[in-house]
Design a protein around this ligand. Structure first.
Ligand code: SF4
Length: 477
């Protein structure tokens, strides 16, 4: 075990109380509460001193965990102090208290929010104990809303999942792809004596079962798996009493309190494996937003909303390439010696064909940069994209169709055609392309010229681009 190098990130479990009771929780700290800390936490001033000492020592990143850190009344103060001392800040939370008030208050100080989501199935969460009072678990939709809220305040998002006996066969791919966390940490549930060993038999899984979960989710690019072996000894952790602890012996081994002996002396009592920390991807560039490389704009919307005309204009102005699923479908129809209408009818009968085209088209787009993509499902399939929805009224759409004489699109009313799309995507992928929550920008297009719409989109895109610190070197205007 290599212990002599410095691990630059630290998890401060500052608070024992939690509003959930997950059976596999390895941070229950009942041992701490029963022996030295009846309230389960240090007084605020003592916690502040710990943070100041960690910053002085040179820790670059601090993760506030618990228990549940968001129920600590002074968590915002601690985050602010850590940020002012130059550290990257994160919380690990069960998500139940991520209110607008909390998100607003910590904006600008808290960099990352890691939400613990083990299952999207309420009964599984109840079996795990991931429930609030009266056994109320957080539903899939509620998790989605929480993530939307976190995103709306521009926090960076991580999701943590503990794989255990109750969820190891669950498939979370769709949810994770939609949530788009920058990191999805997937941990094998770990037995820790005096923390969870009284009920751990119920949750324990083998390495093979853990591997199965990882294998079933390998399509998720941001997955970071951590087996029991990888977790053990690779984290620098501090308990609610302000002491370092490690888990190398299968139980928590605590140092003397940092505020009494200082960081160096307390840390020297601990065993950490720097190599393991490195191997599990611990040195991750926390400050670089991987989503900054957003250089694709996807356009979705109803029939005759003008996506393609506007898309070509945007591409021209930004010096991007315009690409459309319609053209891709036409190509495939042609290679099958069919008209586009015949081919679309065949796809309706055979959804697998549509899925194949989607997958090929998405792969092409994801492998390229600087694209404007006319694709209703773009928000779902395209990584690192700015997603726009064109909102058009039925009257305006009919007017446009008449003008363009698109004969193959006039045999149904506009609403019927939109419903066809909606149902097709709901049936195939369980996603609603007309749900405005899926987009970064909703643009009303009635009575607007294509040029005007293109400029509006570019302006909003650039604003987000520059806020995320991305170079604006593609801008031609
Ligand atoms: S929410 Fe987190 S801290 Fe609370 S019981 Fe569950 S795993 Fe433990």
């Amino acid at each position: 075990m290599k212990t002599n190098e410095f691990i630059p990130s630290v998890n401060f479990h500052l608070w024992e109380p939690c509003n959930m009771k997950c059976g596999f929780c390895f941070a229950t700290f009942q041992d701490v509460k029963q022996t030295i800390l009846p309230k389960g936490h240090l007084p605020k001033e003592e916690a502040i001193k710990v943070i100041e000492k960690l910053a002085e020592k040179g820790f670059e990143k601090i993760t506030f965990a618990g228990g549940e850190p968001t129920i600590c009344p002074w968590i915002s103060e601690l985050i602010k102090i850590a940020k002012k001392k130059g550290m990257t800040t994160m919380i690990v939370t069960n998500g139940s208290k991520l209110t607008d008030k909390f998100l607003k208050e910590n904006s600008g100080y808290l960099d990352w929010i890691a939400i613990s989501i083990d299952s999207l199935n309420e009964s599984t969460n109840r079996s795990i104990g991931r429930t609030l009072s009266k056994k109320k678990s957080i539903s899939k939709n509620e998790y989605r809303e929480i993530i939307e809220r976190v995103r709306s305040y521009s926090y960076r998002l991580k999701i943590n999942t503990v794989v255990n006996r109750y969820n190891f066969e669950e498939n979370m791919i769709d949810f994770i792809l939609k949530a788009k966390p920058e990191r999805w940490k997937v941990l094998q549930s770990l037995r820790i004596e005096n923390q969870n060993d009284d009920k751990f038999d119920e949750f324990e899984i083998s390495q093979e079962e853990f591997n199965l979960f990882i294998e079933n989710h390998k399509l998720v690019e941001t997955i970071v798996p951590e087996s029991n072996d990888q977790i053990t000894g690779s984290y620098v952790m501090i308990d609610p009493a302000g002491r370092f602890f490690d888990n190398t012996e299968g139980t928590h081994m605590y140092s003397k309190p940092i505020n009494e002996v200082g960081v160096n002396a307390a840390m020297s009592e601990m065993k950490y494996d720097f190599e393991k920390f490195m191997n599990r991807g611990g040195v991750y560039n926390w400050n670089v937003n991987t989503q900054n490389s957003m250089n694709k704009i996807t356009l979705s919307g109803g029939v005759a909303s003008g996506k393609s005309t506007v898309g070509k204009l945007i591409a021209q102005k930004l010096n991007f390439q315009f690409i459309s699923i319609g053209n891709k479908t036409r190509e495939v129809a042609k290679s099958n010696k069919m008209s586009i209408v015949e081919f679309q009818k065949m796809c309706l009968m055979n959804p697998e064909l549509d899925k194949k085209i989607d997958s090929e088209f998405a792969n092409e787009c994801n492998a390229s940069d600087n694209l404007v993509i006319d694709y209703r499902l773009g928000f779902y399939f395209i990584n690192e994209s700015f997603n726009v929805f064109f909102k058009v009224s039925e009257d305006e759409a009919i007017k446009r169709l008449k003008k363009s004489v698109r004969t193959n699109e006039t045999f149904h009313t506009v609403n019927e055609r939109n419903n066809l799309f909606k149902n097709q995507f709901l049936n195939t992928y369980d996603i609603d392309v007309f749900d405005e929550n899926n987009y970064d920008l909703i643009i009303e297009v009635d009575h607007k010229r294509p040029e005007q719409i293109a400029d509006e989109i570019i302006e909003k895109y650039m604003l987000l681009f520059s806020r995320n610190g991305v170079k604006e070197n593609n801008k031609k205007r």
